[in-house]
Design a protein around this ligand. Structure first.
Ligand SMILES: Nc1nc2c(c(=O)[nH]1)N[C@H]1C(S)=C(S)[C@@H](COP(=O)(O)O)O[C@H]1N2
Ligand SMILES: [Mo]
Length: 162
């Protein structure tokens, strides 16, 4: 899918918006997410970091890698190499926030397991099920970066404070 057809309209209700320091903003509803190449994750147990409690077992998710979406939006490169200083802030519909770094996503094995999921165990997920769900399949305790109803990905290029 090419991004040209998704940048002009205002974000649709429930769409995922990628914005900030990217070459273009994207607004993607579930149907548009499904047009990207998908991958299927391994089943896993959701465990909370704070309590270390088991929440539930999750069947395999299908979704698009976050790196695929960020590559489509275009990483910042106005200053050559500045994309390596980018952090990505992922925000749920309720304001819940988690972070990723460019290195983590593009330069470690973690990135290949970070999905924006819209299907679980072969069944389509809708907003009531929490779709789209951002999750990081290589995390030790997966619940914190298992963001229900992912609403936004903001890209920020960091610099050292002076
Ligand atoms: N949108 C959103 N997703 C979220 C959270 C949240 O507050 N908002 N909390 C996270 C944390 S810390 C945990 S432990 C689990 C809780 O999952 P549950 O609500 O399905 O039990 O959701 C994760 N995903
Ligand atoms: Mo948690």
């Amino acid at each position: 899918m090419h991004s040209v057809d998704v940048i002009t309209a205002p974000p649709a209700e429930g769409a995922l918006v990628l914005s900030g320091r990217l070459q273009r903003s994207l607004s993607l509803d579930l149907a548009q997410l499904k047009r990207y190449e998908s991958v299927v994750a391994k089943p896993f147990d959701l465990r909370c970091y704070t309590t270390d409690c088991f929440i539930r077992s999750v069947e395999p998710y299908r979704g698009v890698r976050l790196t695929t979406l960020l590559t489509d939006a275009g990483l910042p490169n106005d200053v050559p190499g500045e994309f390596k200083r980018t952090v990505f802030v992922a925000v749920g519909h309720d304001g819940y926030v988690v972070t990723f770094s460019w290195h983590e996503l593009f330069n470690t094995p973690v990135g290949e397991h970070v999905l924006v999921a819209y299907e679980c165990g072969g069944r389509a997920l809708d907003a009531e099920d929490g779709a789209p769900i951002l999750f990081s399949g290589a995390d030790i305790l997966p619940a914190p970066r298992h963001v229900k109803r992912l609403a936004r990905i903001e890209a920020h290029v960091l610099r050292a404070s002076t």
